[in-house]
Design a protein around this ligand. Structure first.
Ligand SMILES: NC(=O)c1ccc[n+]([C@@H]2O[C@H](COP(=O)([O-])OP(=O)(O)OC[C@H]3O[C@@H](n4cnc5c(N)ncnc54)[C@H](O)[C@@H]3O)[C@@H](O)[C@H]2O)c1
Length: 464
């Protein structure tokens, strides 16, 4: 079996960038080219100053420093990279459809389809095409059909190799994956293609952790993994509401149930709600697929995970309003954090956007501090919701690059992202600068409530 020496990845985003950087680092004999149509993104990946990379991930700079220019390249020349590669990863975005059939639930596959068409047009030799993007089950069939429209007589073998990294810990997740999943056709050629991809990962992942399946199981497993993870968050968040009504403490309940090895302790942290580009999108996709197959009960079951998540975000914003005597009109509210979780600059579907939106709708002046998100991103996130004009959003949201200024004269502070640095703020100083009574709403349960109460704060924690 010939060894792979040239890989191309279409899509230089949060998945394509870090995954390919790690493959290049671990496989110095393979040339890895990551291509994108977004020139700004590629320029940022090629920046000399590694602090300006388009994706913030702990440890990523180091990997880029070692591999970039050696066997890792970022380019906008998509055709050249496709032509030269033996394996082509498709890692483009697959957002929820915003138009037509399946609007609001189905995955929009137009970017994946464009990639398949481009590969079909450009390829002059046999290729292994790998679905790295998260895709609805049976997408490989469509990709294969499009590839076969190629007028060049070349063979395409389609594999599914979904990505399980979590933003914020992407590099560690890629170095020490719980598992690598590879699905392919169970034909001779399919098995050979699977083996070639296995051989790449085997450079640093032990063979027992590389699980090969049929292609449909692989595609579906990614959606199911995200659905199960999000379900745990919604489950504990639903219980947080019950705790608040009964004086039970959600942290204690989570610890108590997590000690049962059948339940396990991970992913049981109650919060203001999950965000990120994947959980909601992938569950909605699952909901849509189930409904399309006439499995209404299955579809309804998973939809509840999203409903509870929306409920949790709304509940938090309403809690702030209620505690401020029923009105936030003209009041300064400070949000600490805008990213959907710590250690990432990704803000897609962040709870912050929805909470800010609701508070602004009720007349609040929002001030935000986030160590990794800039003003432009915050405003464009709000604009994307389309609740009001850009000018109104600009008037209602103030970006602060200094947390103490963000908190000064504030009527309430809400912790939205669990950034570690928030825990070591000078809370005494913040207390002195706020409007009375000084209120903190800890949407992540990360602050030391006792010491804040000792200072004089009124603290609201989730589920207590
Ligand atoms: N972000 C995550 O944590 C994560 C984790 C696992 C899986 N996924 C999945 O991986 C896929 C990519 O996610 P992401 O977060 O990296 O998205 P992203 O939006 O950060 O990146 C996608 C990139 O693809 C580029 N692109 C789109 N069409 C293109 C084309 N025809 N040619 C060249 N480039 C093109 C875009 O310009 C963009 O830069 C999605 O399907 C997502 O569900 C994401």
């Amino acid at each position: 079996m010939s060894k792979i020496s040239n890989i191309c990845c279409i899509g230089a985003g949060y998945v394509g960038g870090p995954t390919m950087a790690v493959i290049a680092l671990k496989c110095p004999d393979i040339k890895v080219t990551v291509v994108d149509i977004n020139q700004d993104r590629i320029n940022a990946w090629n920046e000399d100053n590694l602090d300006n990379l388009p994706v913030y991930e702990p440890g990523l700079n180091d990997v880029i420093k070692k591999a970039r220019g050696r066997n890792l390249f970022f380019s906008t020349n998509v055709d050249k990279a496709i032509d030269e590669a033996e394996i082509i990863f498709i890692a483009v975005n697959t957002p929820t459809k915003t138009y037509g059939e399946g609007k609001g639930q189905a995955a929009d596959l137009k970017y994946v389809e464009l990639c398949a068409r481009q590969i079909a047009k450009v390829a002059k030799s046999d290729k292994i095409v790998v679905e790295k993007s998260t895709l609805p089950v049976r997408t490989a069939e469509a990709v294969q059909t499009i590839l076969e429209t190629s007028s060049n007589s070349v063979h395409f073998e389609v594999l599914s190799n979904p990505e399980f990294l979590a933003e914020g810990t992407a590099i560690q997740d890629l170095f020490k994956s719980d598992r690598v999943l590879i699905g392919g056709e169970q034909t001779q050629k399919g098995k050979e293609a699977i083996e070639k991809l296995v051989a790449i990962y085997a450079n640093w992942i032990s063979k027992e952790k590389i699980y090969t399946t049929n292609i449909w199981s692989s595609e579906l497993s990614k959606l199911v993994a995200n659905a199960f993870l999000a379900q745990r968050i919604s489950s504990i968040n639903s219980i947080s509401a019950l705790c608040e009504a009964t004086e039970a403490n959600v942290n204690e309940v989570a610890t108590a149930i997590g000690m049962d090895s059948r339940i396990g302790s991970k992913f049981l942290k109650s919060s203001v709600g999950f965000g990120g580009s994947c959980f909601q999108k992938d569950i909605l996709n699952l909901v849509y697929i189930a409904k399309s197959l006439g499995l209404d009960e299955v579809s309804e079951y998973w939809l509840q995970v999203i409903k509870i998540n929306n409920y949790q975000k709304e509940r938090f914003a309403k809690k702030i309003m209620k505690s401020l005597y029923g009105t936030v009109s003209g009041k300064k509210i400070t949000l600490l954090g805008w990213a959907f979780k710590k250690d990432t600059n990704d803000t897609r579907e962040s709870a912050a956007i929805y909470i800010a939106d609701l508070l602004i709708e009720n007349g609040a002046d929002i001030f935000v501090y986030d160590p990794k998100v800039n003003k432009h991103q915050m405003l464009s996130d709000l604009d994307y919701l389309n609740s009001r004009s850009s000018a109104e959003n600009k008037n209602s949201l103030t970006y602060c690059d200094e947390p103490y200024i963000a908190c000064q004269d504030s009527h309430a502070i809400a912790v939205i992202t669990e950034w570690d640095e928030f825990k070591s703020f000078d809370w005494e100083r913040i207390y002195q600068s706020m409007m009375k009574p000084e209120k903190v709403f800890d949407g992540r349960n990360i602050l030391d409530v006792k010491s804040l109460e000792k200072i004089g704060f009124e603290v609201y924690s989730i589920g207590k």
